[in-house]
Design a binder for this molecule. Sequence first.
Ligand code: A3P
Length: 345
Amino acid sequence: MLFKQQALLRQKLFVLGSLAIGSLLYLVARVGSLDRLQPLCPIDGRFGPRSQDEIPLRALQFKRGLLHEFRKGNATKEQIRLHNLVQQLPKAIIIGVRKGGTRALLEMLNLHPAVVKASQEIHFFDNDENYAKGTEWYRKKMPFSYPHQITIEKSPAYFITEEVPERIYKMNSSIKLLIIVREPTTRAISDYTQVLEGKERKNKTYYKFEKLAIDPNTCEVNTKYKAVRTSIYTKHLERWLKYFPIEQFHIVDGDRLITEPLPELQLVEKFLNLPPRISQYNLYFNATRGFYCLRFNIVFNKCLAGSKGRIHPEVDTSVITKLRKFFHPFNQKFYQITGRTFNWP
Ligand code: A3P
């Protein structure tokens, strides 16, 4: 009897021990795989070879560590010089579309070790006052990065602002342009929801979406309403095409970025000529938020702010139908120009 109990105890200890060793091995492998992400690039050889004395990066950890400190302005000039850090003009810009998922796209791309994001929207090209300050001012707004990394900024107002394509072209005619779109009616409602929330915060009343989106005199879609105009993607894109060939744009499916982000990000990696580095490990679904969140490493992960993923107000179905019918021909044209088809109604 005693012998049987001892054997059982030994068996239990063996199972527990194996579990502990297994978990330890998994953690070691995981951290190891993150470390192996470096060194990477130069991307396509475009940024030149890394110098011998360059400090090897542990990119993902670095993003939360050293670079984070630099962004907060805690770095000394000596540290910047020592680490060979520079402020570079963006090689790619997320030009829009507002409420398409521009923040999620930027944050997710920033998971890539060769990408460094400009955290704030800079509004250089759409704001005359900022634009008058010149390109050097714009560059100084950029985060510190290693020369082999690429800087990306996002300012969704660029997509719809008349002067922007020409201004960006003058700065860099071969820049890569990212546009993230969502089903146009959903995007318009999301746009409205953001404005509504702003009004409510100031204790102000606001019109219902239906009242803004439909012209009460004609009962037709109100094309003067900005949230509607912004969703006519083809009209805006056509202005951009006067300056840039379609090959310089990449269209991201914002609806799919919500439900299945990885394949969308892999398409962007390809477009930017980046080696594939973002993996499923970097993205996990957070049931409480109802969205995918970001995992940089075993200790650091984050979800987007609560202002991303608001609950939309109920909208009259006849208004939704009217809007979808209105957007339909513009959507067809957009598919035709971009070569990317969406299942929009
Ligand atoms: P809603 O608030 O309408 O849901 P932008 O950053 O351009 O303002 O876009 C905001 C939209 O990003 C949100 O719109 C949300 O649906 C979408 N989004 C995409 N991926 C997200 C994520 N992982 N977390 C939160 N919001 C995300």
